[in-house]
Design a protein around this ligand. Structure first.
Ligand code: PMP
Length: 304
């Protein structure tokens, strides 16, 4: 589905018309994939649009940049404010938000250090990433023949633009085979995560999710699920998961800012059935939290 345009995109401090937000063909990141980004959502709440866990996302953006030795020419506060401004000027009650730090035009070659560092923030209306039907009834997953990066090949804590070639290949393979989404194993054979989401299994009422050392990104939605689970009195554990654990789980689900909280219906054609009670409870609480309906999580809603 083509993007729904909004009015303005923030580029290095200027609000530029959507159609004019272009870069030179010799933009360094376009060639070598050395850039970092975030994916954030703004939700409509009773007291106006609120960017969900905005500061945490911008902090992660800076951490990603630090890992790649990219010096972001703004402060965390400046990019938090710039994001709020971009959401405000576009007048959207809810939207997806994409900050990008990229190496610009001016130098070529594999040493990125002399390159100019540019920053953009785009927002646009974006519905459920894996579809409303997936959120309601669950998605069909395939374990990819592509492995997640080894932790010493690509740092899983960073959202680096070039790292997502791995995710794209897994996604295409899964879609072409008739599934909704892929699950990647790491080089040691443990479950890592999905192409843009963390993964969870539920067994005997306990939630288990793989550690960052298995190649998973430290998801912000994942950390919400941790908090929600603890508050609901559900056991939550970070630990390695085997492929067969997915096949025999009582329930499984995935989480990410774009995807939100989505039940898993089947893995490699092993049916897990209807979304289970733990998945439903966590999903319901998450959707209430993003809309500012849970007092205890109101700090997560950063109003613009
Ligand atoms: N893993 C990967 C590879 C991702 O790209 C994302 C999306 N940022 C996630 C997990 C989920 O992270 P979050 O909940 O912070 O969006």
């Amino acid at each position: 589905m083509p993007l729904t345009k909004s009015d303005k995109i923030w580029m290095d401090g200027e609000l530029v018309d959507w159609d004019d937000a272009t870069v030179h063909i010799l933009t360094h990141t376009l060639h070598y994939g050395c850039g970092v980004f975030e994916g954030i959502r703004t939700y409509e709440t009773a007291s106006g649009p609120a960017v969900f866990r905005l500061t945490d996302h911008i902090v992660r953006l800076f951490d990603s940049a630090k890992i790649f030795l990219i010096d972001v020419p703004y402060s965390i506060d400046q990019l938090v404010e710039a994001t709020k401004e971009t959401v405000r000027v576009n007048g959207l009650a809810s939207c997806y938000v994409r900050p990008l730090v990229y190496l610009g035009y001016g130098e070529m070659g594999l040493n990125p250090l002399p390159c100019p560092v540019n920053v953009s923030i785009a927002v646009w209306p974006w519905g459920s990433y894996l579809g409303d039907e997936g959120i309601r009834n669950g998605v069909r997953m395939k374990i990819s023949s592509w492995q997640r990066h080894d932790v010493n090949a690509m740092p899983p804590a960073a959202k680096g633009t070039g790292m997502y070639i791995n995710s794209s290949m897994a996604k295409v393979e899964a879609i072409k085979a008739g599934y909704d989404e892929a699950i990647l194993l790491n080089p040691q054979g443990f479950v890592s995560e999905c192409t843009g989401e963390n993964i969870f299994v539920v067994r005997d009422g306990r939630i288990v999710t793989p550690p960052t050392s298995a190649g998973a990104l430290e998801g912000i939605t994942q950390s919400c699920i941790h908090t929600i689970a603890v508050d609901l009195g559900i056991d939550y554990e970070v630990g390695n998961i085997l492929r067969s654990d997915l096949y025999t789980a009582d329930e499984a689900f995935l989480s990410g800012t774009a995807a939100e909280v989505v039940p898993i219906r089947s893995v490699d054609d092993r049916e897990l059935g209807e979304p289970g009670p733990v998945t439903r409870k966590v999903q319901e609480t998450y959707f209430a939290a993003v809309k500012g309906e849970v007092d205890r999580y109101k700090d997560w809603n950063e109003h613009v």
